[in-house]
Design a protein. Sequence first.
Length: 425
Amino acid sequence: MSKAITPIKGMPDIVPEQMPYWHHAEAIVRQVLEEYGYDELRTPMLEKTALFKRSIGDETDIVAKEMFTFESRSGISLSLRPEATASCVRAGISRGLLHNQRRRLYYYGPMFRYEQPQEGRYRQFYQFGAEAYGLAGPDVDAEMILMLARIWSRLQLSGLRLKINCLGSDATRERFTAALQEHFRQHEQQLDPDSQRRLDTNPLRILDSKASQMQALIDAAPQIQNYLGSGERAHFDGILQRLETAGIAYDVEPRLVRGLDYYTGMVFEWQTDQLGAQNAVCGGGRYDHLVRQLGGRDTPAVGWAMGMERLIALLALGNDTIATAVPGVYLVSVGDRAARAGLGLLEKVRDALPGVRMIAHGGAGSFKSQLRAADRSGARFAVIIGDDEVDAKTAGIKSLRGGTQTSVAWDDLVPALQKHIAAET
Ligand code: ATP
Ligand code: MG
């Protein structure tokens, strides 16, 4: 036997046992997004590296160290997408989806970041995200958050806490950045190497540092709230008022800056204390300049992305199992004649009962061992055929929960199964 090929580090397989959680969460997120009028957009997983450099920013961790980047055969630098907002904007511009329009879009799919893999942090992970274009807010900013609150409640998740902050306009951030530089420069020797480098290039990023020896220094730094202009203040207050009206609790978190450079106004995260170090389940904010920055017209924009692995970890904490709604039928057939007749019969049942899960045992085995397999499959009924049944053109239907067994003619198999399924659901 040759040596098995191991999976790539940080790229998990999602095995069938986990799938009920995924399907449940995916269905609910998609349903709520559709209910709020968001339309799905699917973009490729591979983009030109330049797209991410121009949007997320050269100085961010994501672009500086976390991208899977390689050269195409024709010599262009390509990257697996680390997030999908940039792709939405690129697609929006090149497909004419954004100009002079109000657009509500959502996406779902895998993202790739070369991070240190650990619980809740992977190199391939799934994100749902929503983006709204052409709406200056604060109504749509609040809508984004209400939509997320509805997703949590429909998934029956509690304990998610909303952290919110306002980063302000370019001019505001320039003044704030200068104040930050002054503060951190006075304590330059306490900064880690990354932060020392960022002192000149992007001091805002220092606030996002997770280095523990710098936390006190970061806590003492100037706060953006004190630098906001009156218009920015009013926009932010407008969002907070709408959240209060809707009964959504929040914490204003002056240090929340997010790991991407394109944010301009309100930013937020939903955090939990149930998942250890990986506490952010969802993050987003306003990015009013990105469309122009990527070659489109000035378009206000706001969006968020949620990490599905973390959402599902939360979901699994509160639920040992998620019921699969599909009723199942298992074909038990002993002997070659019965197997052939059974397969044909099952095709007729499939024609008549779409949506019902029907598993043929496939291969040999005694009645007893096939029935054991039927039990293990989770099916509710077994359809049983042996030589005697083939001769009489009948089949047995056995309830795998109640244990009762009846015999029906082949012609009556479909209505009989229908009746059984209706009685048990
Ligand atoms: P973190 O601070 O945990 O690194 P982030 O700010 O980098 O998160 P975003 O870029 O805002 O994350 O992505 C939105 C969401 O996607 C996060 O809140 C998280 O739930 C999820 N996410 C981000 N990176 C990963 C990853 N490497 N593995 C799994 N989920 C992730
Ligand atoms: Mg990150």
